[in-house]
Design a protein around this ligand. Structure first.
Ligand code: DX5
Ligand code: ZN
Length: 227
């Protein structure tokens, strides 16, 4: 996985057909997805349940690009090895998921994955100074985690600007997750983000049988950022 700051669209399979993940992933990649974002929820850290390591292992062979696994679970540490074994390229844990995020990030890199740190909308960037040298990605949540299709929280623009300044020349991706559309994407790209997760805005109007809308939706987000 090489590092650059070009804009990357990461469709979240939370908005795909759950009965057809393999074909959905292949369709959305063929339509221009840069990364595939996989939302793992435990019904405890967030009020929703999705799937775990076996599902990640099963879909891995359908993903040619980066498998970006977003862990909305607590505790995290007992499951890191299983998600690494399932083939995650990036493994992102929440700062809010437990008292020992430093240990968690060490364990993620120790398992051979890129380490991601996610911040809920209510979390500031003040406490992450001592984590910057141990992360490859910071995920700024622009909705409260748990569900797709929620409204973008504008106060996070300022957070991304602060984060971008803190990161400086370090090779750390800034990922935005939640409510990304052609209207909100340019705000985040201008603030310094490079990975844009989008679920509903990518999958709307399309299907495995009719994948062209996925491509149109991805290009609409990319065009909004370029203009
Ligand atoms: C929310 C998830 C997001 C979500 C984004 O908890 O982490 O990845 O699927 O969905 P949209 O783009 O619909 O807000
Ligand atoms: Zn996510």
């Amino acid at each position: 996985m090489s590092f650059d700051r070009s804009i990357k669209i990461a469709p979240s399979i939370l908005s795909a057909d759950f009965a057809n993940f393999g074909a959905e992933i292949e369709a959305v990649e063929a339509q221009g997805a840069d990364w595939i974002h996989v939302d793992v929820m435990d019904g405890h850290f967030v009020p929703n349940l999705t799937f775990g390591p076996p599902l990640c292992a099963a879909i891995r062979k359908h993903i040619n690009t980066v498998m970006d696994v977003h862990l909305m679970i607590s505790p995290v540490d007992p499951y890191i090895q299983a998600f690494a074994d399932a083939g995650a390229d990036v493994l992102t844990a929440h700062l809010e998921a437990g008292p020992h995020i430093h240990r968690t990030l060490q364990a993620i890199r120790g398992a051979g994955c890129k380490a991601g740190l996610a911040l809920n909308p209510g979390t500031g960037v003040e406490d992450i100074d001592y984590l910057l040298n141990m992360v490859d990605l910071i995920c700024v949540m622009t909705v409260n985690p748990g569900f797709g299709g929620q409204k973008f929280i504008h106060s996070q623009i300022d957070k991304v600007k602060k984060l971008r300044a803190m990161i400086g020349d370090r090779p750390i991706h800034i990922e935005i997750d939640g409510g990304i559309t052609p209207e909100t994407a340019p705000l985040m790209a201008a603030a310094g983000a490079d990975v844009l997760v989008a679920g509903s805005a990518v999958f709307k109007g399309g299907s495995v049988q009719n994948p062209a809308p996925y491509g149109e939706n991805i290009r609409a987000i990319k065009a909004s950022v370029a203009s």
